[in-house]
Write a protein that binds this ligand. Structure first.
Ligand SMILES: [Zn+2]
Length: 174
């Protein structure tokens, strides 16, 4: 009888242990993840015209505020970033990054509220570095990108040019 009790206790402890081991990372992920609508990498509010879906090497798919922020994360962690979808800046629709045209380094940066920092004395200085700069905005057509480029500057680039050769782009295609 005593032995049987012991086996039961070991069995229950095993089940609790396995269940705990399975649940713990999920609870941790839920606890540490930013609220919906906030970028998990910079904790800034996501803007619907620049949101991207990416997967960092060895991680789950996540939504980032913009492509520049996701690429900064890849550099900081030395992880390859797979770009799954980007947002057409004009329509706010998710599009395939392989078919998109990107405008890099224009004067529009949805993640930044100001391009100048204001000090205590009211003096201003330009922003030298930000993880969301230079801004990388996606357009569904090259013509739309050219129109935007004419108004806001920057450089027209393909996914490969905008993200660097080390990054694989798009919806499971190479
Ligand atoms: Zn971000």
């Amino acid at each position: 009888m005593k032995n049987r009790c012991g086996i039961w206790i070991i069995g229950i402890l095993l089940i609790v242990g396995v269940a705990g081991g399975v649940a713990a990372p999920r609870v941790r992920h839920w606890w540490t993840a930013p609220p919906a609508g906030y970028c998990p990498f910079c904790h800034r509010h996501e803007h619907k015209e620049s949101v991207v879906k990416i997967r960092a090497e060895g991680e789950e798919v996540s939504e980032a505020c913009c492509l520049a922020c996701a690429l900064t994360y890849g550099r900081q962690t030395s992880k390859a970033i797979t770009v799954i979808s980007v947002t057409d800046h004009n329509s706010g629709q998710a599009i395939d990054p392989n078919g998109a045209t990107f405008v890099v380094g224009s004067d529009v940066s949805p993640c930044l509220h100001a391009d100048r920092l204001v000090g205590a004395e009211g003096e201003t200085s330009a922003v030298q570095w930000d993880r969301c700069l230079p801004s990388i905005l996606a357009f569904a057509t090259r013509q739309a990108a050219e129109t935007f480029h004419a108004q806001h500057g920057g450089r027209l680039q393909s996914l490969r040019e905008a993200t660097g050769a080390a990054v694989v782009g798009g919806l499971g295609k190479g």
